[in-house]
Write a protein that binds this ligand. Structure first.
Ligand code: MSP
Length: 508
């Protein structure tokens, strides 16, 4: 049986314009999806859009169109951006699709039948202009924390989910699955939240209409998070492709921002437990990006459009920067200065120069053909041993989403290779007519091929360009990591003598 791997992004609110935060989670998922594919997994990678709720209803009203029309007009902003960013998702789900309505109504009913949903009353402080409930502690001096206008105590009928029943079960699950929530700091955050006790959760609304009707009471619509979280099972065919669902559930990884951690690690696993489905294996919460040191916000006008960034710097450069610059899991700052430095330093100077020097030397000294290596000598063993070690470390880091460390390993190989070239000086070997040049250039060729493979999940197009320049015809997305991570000889290579500049320098 094939190995299966299932990874998701959050589904994005349709009323927002896609920005760097959305791109970040989606690229992170793409990196893992591509990595797992070359490790031989059958990967399902799901992303999509969250299209219900009061905010969408309101935005549509302001534009004088229906909420569905609004969603239809805006969904392509996301799907187009994913194409631009070379995202390899296998599924795209919109919560307004019929297949999703069926799943949400089915599971709402099941949970109700299991006795975990009951009808009650929701009572809290309501801000009429914002149409939002707040708890006592959220209020600012009794006023709405968003618009600072007065709030009033309101009571509405609502269905509740017995979240309180799952406190112990969740804590047990976490105890037995220490890597359920990553990184560790988020695990601890959720554990202490659970220990503080859980209140039952309101899972229906009567104050607006734009949502999936509650199956047993059409005056209610299903709470938008109950609806949205269910996308993860709809997307792999929960009701309409049972074999596929069984192959991919439980999900291997939900990637989310730290702001929506609780929904994914407390509410979602509880709903699943109530349905007798297994919780996801991992939820990884990443940090937030600021822009040039400031919080990104519409009112500051500093929202970064990824389409614009890639026009200036390039798609692979942007993908690389996001994960090389900041440890995945921590907050980071996006600045022009930062991205230009990374491109000119890591990519143009270190990696790009290495690739072009190497290809040029193979072209010039070996007429574009590498040969079966002679006896080993000089730094050969050192290079081979270190490449092997760093590849292993890279794999370990990838397994725990430590993307920045995985990249560091790849760049350590690059710096070892630069040292190797300087020490072994192939130009001198060529001048002296020393046969050892074949071994040295073969080692460089092979290590460079491996580095390009390690960087492939991050920079798919540039890595392919390097493989092409190394004379390898194979599409890099069809390779297998385990067979390609070793030093070997290939004799059906194209001529290795030309390389266009892969990473041009950028003026800062
Ligand atoms: N629709 C919900 C998710 C439902 S999932 C079942 C939602 N959507 S969102 O569009 O508002 O946000 C999606 C993701 O973008 C979140 O993971 C959030 O953390 C991320 N980001 C939003 N702004 C961000 C930054 N400034 N930086 C990094 N990521 C941020 O929430």
């Amino acid at each position: 049986m094939n190995k299966h791997y299932y990874i998701t992004t959050p589904i994005y609110y349709i009323n927002d314009v896609p920005h760097i935060g959305h791109a970040y989670t989606t690229i992170a998922a793409d990196i893992m999806a591509r990595y797992k594919r070359i490790c031989g997994f059958d990967v399902f990678f799901l992303t999509g859009t969250d299209e219900h709720g009061q905010k969408v209803e309101k935005a549509a009203e302001q534009q004088g169109i229906s909420p569905k029309e609004l969603a239809d007009r805006t969904v392509h902003r996301f799907s187009d951006l994913w194409e631009t960013l070379n995202i390899s998702n296998t599924g795209f789900i919109r919560t307004t699709e019929e297949r999703h309505r069926k799943v949400v109504q089915y599971i709402f009913e099941k949970v109700f039948e299991n006795g975990d949903i009951y009808l009650g009353h929701y009572e809290d402080w309501y801000c009429v202009p914002c149409e939002t409930y707040f708890t006592e502690t959220q209020l600012k001096d009794g006023m709405c924390p968003d618009c600072l206008r007065p709030t009033e105590k309101l009571k509405e009928e609502s269905y509740f989910f017995r979240l309180s029943k799952y406190e112990e079960k969740l804590l047990n699950y976490m105890e037995n699955h220490k890597d359920f929530i990553l990184p560790e700091v988020r695990y601890n955050e959720v554990a202490s939240f659970l220990k503080g006790g859980l209140r039952d959760l309101s899972v229906s609304r009567t104050s607006f209409n734009w949502g999936i009707p509650v199956p047993m009471n059409k005056n209610h619509v299903v709470y938008v998070w109950f609806d949205a979280l269910a996308n993860y099972i709809t997307g792999i065919g929960f009701l309409d492709d049972v074999d596929q669902f069984k192959a991919f559930w439980p999900c291997d990884a939900h990637l989310v921002g730290k702001d929506i951690l609780r929904f994914h690690t407390v509410y979602w696993p509880s709903f699943l437990m109530s349905l007798n489905l297994e919780p996801p294996k991992h939820v990884f919460a990443h940090g937030w990006w600021t822009i040039e040191g400031h919080k990104m916000s519409k009112s500051l006008g500093n929202v970064i459009d990824p389409n614009e960034v890639v026009k200036i710097y390039g798609v692979d450069e942007f993908r690389f920067f996001l994960f090389r610059e900041v440890p995945f899991g921590l907050d980071g700052d996006f600045s022009k200065h930062g991205i230009v430095n990374r491109i000119n330093g890591d990519l143009a100077n270190d990696f790009g120069n290495l690739a072009s020097r190497s290809v040029t030397m193979i072209g010039k000294f070996l007429k574009g053909k590498i040969d079966r290596p002679e006896k080993k000598g000089g730094m050969d063993e050192y290079v081979e041993d270190n490449v092997r070690r760093l590849v292993e470390e890279y794999q370990k880091e990838m397994e725990v989403f430590a993307y920045h460390k995985a990249l560091q390993n790849a760049f350590e190989i690059i710096s070892i290779l630069n040292k190797y070239i300087d020490t072994e000086a192939p130009w001198r070997l060529a001048k002296e007519g020393d046969n050892r040049i074949k071994t040295v250039l073969y080692n460089i060729w092979n290590s460079l091929r491996i580095v390009a493979m390690l960087l492939y999940p991050y920079m798919p197009s540039k890595s392919q360009a390097i493989w092409n320049a190394l004379g390898i015809g194979k599409p890099i997305d069809k390779i297998l990591f385990d067979t390609e991570k070793i030093f070997y000889f290939m004799d059906d290579l194209g001529t290795i003598d030309k390389i266009n500049p892969i990473f041009p320098r950028i003026e800062g």
